[in-house]
Write a protein that binds this ligand. Structure first.
Ligand SMILES: [Zn+2]
Length: 430
């Protein structure tokens, strides 16, 4: 049995000083002054314990693209960032579009994952965003939802049929919204920076047009619907109205869209992702959406690539940045400490809301719950240093940022999936 002693734990929307006793994979007792006898005691005085963080949007790249990331490295990065559960996007090879293809991914997860990994199944065969739909019934037991992330489902009739068939599975359709006909070879936001520097732009409409269409289809079919990485003010407003109309519609955004905008762009691959960093007005609309609960979830869209793939500037680099290992510190620094949102809103967006929307267990630090816990020091200063990442991907627009807030330990089913070297001292007995 492990006794986590002296920390403040997150309970019912606030911190409370409490010990936590862990027996195997579960929480066995919570209370002040629990007896130490027969326990491995971890003195966590001065630290805080959160319900384990959940990232519903990560790219672990295995099977198929292990030069970018593997289940082993990606889940170690997740643990380093405080995540106890991540949901893995299906742009893999083979893509999880049949039970046999999904089995390849599940086997790698069973073999190498140090945090809980819940895969998405594809919407279309080969994850092409067009063509033939997968057999949703055959996949539903082993997936957290259905997504063609990386691509939008282009045809309205195909998306309608997908939602019709997914609705009875109880899983959500999780959509990367992008109208390919509106892209015109763009790769950064079609705004002032783009024009001044002679780049090709991605218009906001390419995102929100498809959000608008899908919300209409979700209303028509009753399918639970979640929008990936919302980046435009228009998308936020569409989701706001859908929620007001009582639809089962939710959305996520990523730390970079909340903290940065196209005014922050530099001519480096680490500023390139899809959707792109939008305008300042879009960023402010996203923040307002986070504040009023329209945006319930913050997901990182952790998307590692090799150093070579990210070294070709804005025009030539691959789309995608890593996010797992600095999201908590960046958001704590830029949103909580600056008074944009209260700390509780961050816990909601990074742990409780994803659990609620995706039907995951845990989230309460209570007797009988799985011991999925994140130990943090919200005041500890550091610098975002990609060289210290456990991910194989190093490309982040937050490199070099001074931040406060550190993840010191991540417990998954009672096991330490990550522990900061500081905790491995005698005092902490780890
Ligand atoms: Zn995407």
């Amino acid at each position: 049995m492990k006794l986590l002693k002296g920390a403040e734990i997150w309970r019912d929307g606030d911190f409370e000083r409490c010990d936590v006793l862990i027996d195997g994979a579960h929480i066995a007792a919570v209370g002040a002054g629990l007896p130490e006898e027969g326990c491995e005691v971890l003195d966590l005085a001065g630290l805080k314990i959160l319900p384990g963080l959940v990232d519903v949007h990560v790219h672990l790249r295995e099977p198929g693209f292990t030069a970018k990331e593997t289940i082993a490295t990606g889940t170690r990065a997740a643990a380093h960032g405080g995540y106890t559960t991540v949901c893995a996007m299906p742009n893999l090879s083979p893509a999880p579009d049949t039970p046999a293809h999904l089995a390849v991914e599940l086997e790698a997860i069973r073999r190498d994952a140090v945090v809980k990994v819940l895969p998405y199944g594809c919407i279309t065969r080969g994850q092409k965003g067009r063509g033939e739909l997968v057999d949703f019934e055959a996949l539903k037991a082993d997936v957290v939802g259905f997504s063609d992330d990386g691509r939008g489902v282009q045809e309205e009739s195909l998306m309608r049929e997908a939602m019709r068939r997914v609705a009875p599975t109880g899983r959500p359709v999780v959509a990367h919204c992008e109208v390919e006909a509106l892209l015109n070879g763009g790769y950064i936001h079609d705004g002032a920076y783009c024009r001044q520097h002679g780049h090709r732009g991605i218009c906001s409409e390419s995102e929100w047009r498809q959000v608008e269409r899908d919300i209409r289809l979700a209303a028509e079919t009753g399918c639970p619907y979640h929008v990936c990485h919302v980046s435009t003010g228009e998308s936020v407003e569409l989701v706001r109205r859908a929620k007001a109309a009582g639809l089962r519609v939710s959305c996520e955004t990523a730390p970079h869209y909340l903290v940065l905008c196209d005014e922050d762009l530099q001519e480096e691959g680490r500023f390139k992702m899809n959707p792109p960093l939008r305008s300042r007005a879009d960023r402010d609309a996203l923040i307002a959406g986070l504040q009023d609960g329209t945006i319930e979830v913050i997901a990182t869209d952790h998307a590692p690539h090799t150093a070579g793939e990210k070294s070709r500037g804005l025009a030539g680099s691959a789309m995608g940045v890593v996010g797992l290992e600095c999201a908590f510190a960046v958001l704590n620094t830029m949103l909580v400490r600056r008074g944009v949102i209260p700390f509780g809103r961050l816990v909601e967006a990074m742990s409780l809301a994803p659990r609620r929307i995706f039907g995951l267990d845990g989230g309460e630090i209570a007797v009988g719950a799985p011991a999925d816990l994140t130990v943090v020091d919200p005041d500890r200063p550091s610098t975002v240093d990609p060289d210290r990442f456990l991910s194989m991907g190093r490309s982040t627009p937050f490199a070099g940022m001074e931040v406060q807030g550190a993840v010191l330990m991540t417990l998954v089913d009672g096991r330490a999936a990550y522990a900061d070297p500081m905790l491995k001292s005698e005092k902490y007995n780890l």
